[in-house]
Design a protein around this ligand. Sequence first.
Ligand code: CMP
Length: 141
Amino acid sequence: TIERTLSIIKPDAVAGNHIGEIYRRFETAGLEIIAARMMHLSQDQAESFYAVHRERPFFSALVNFMISGPVLVQVLEGDEAIRKNRDIMGATNPAEAAAGTIRHDLAETVDANAVHGSDAPETAREEIAFFFGDDELHSRR
Ligand code: CMP
């Protein structure tokens, strides 16, 4: 099934100069970048994007980290894009991520974990719509 998923390259990976390395991994896996924008999130934007985590103990640390520098937001399209992107990213905690995954290879801590990816079709739809209008999705299919 062809899916779309929302990906964010987080401030640690942008600051670490890993954008090209991460895009190469997406493209090598057959994921197509059909939208992309670099932005420095405001506190309001970060809080509403992560609203589902509002009651979690790590919420304020997560928001503060996500507004600490620019991020690169993209939409990935391809066969089973949601699961494929999560496989490429590895476990949320880099210490538990399998060798060869982005988080194992490029990330340090559970907050500074290099990338975000949608976890299911419904959240992918919501997260894509949070950042992009339909006219900004340049599918080649
Ligand atoms: P992300 O996929 O962007 O979704 C929420 C983020 O919260 C997660 O990646 C982590 O960077 C961060 N986070 C910090 N602590 C935790 C935790 N204990 N469990 C899950 N996510 C956490």
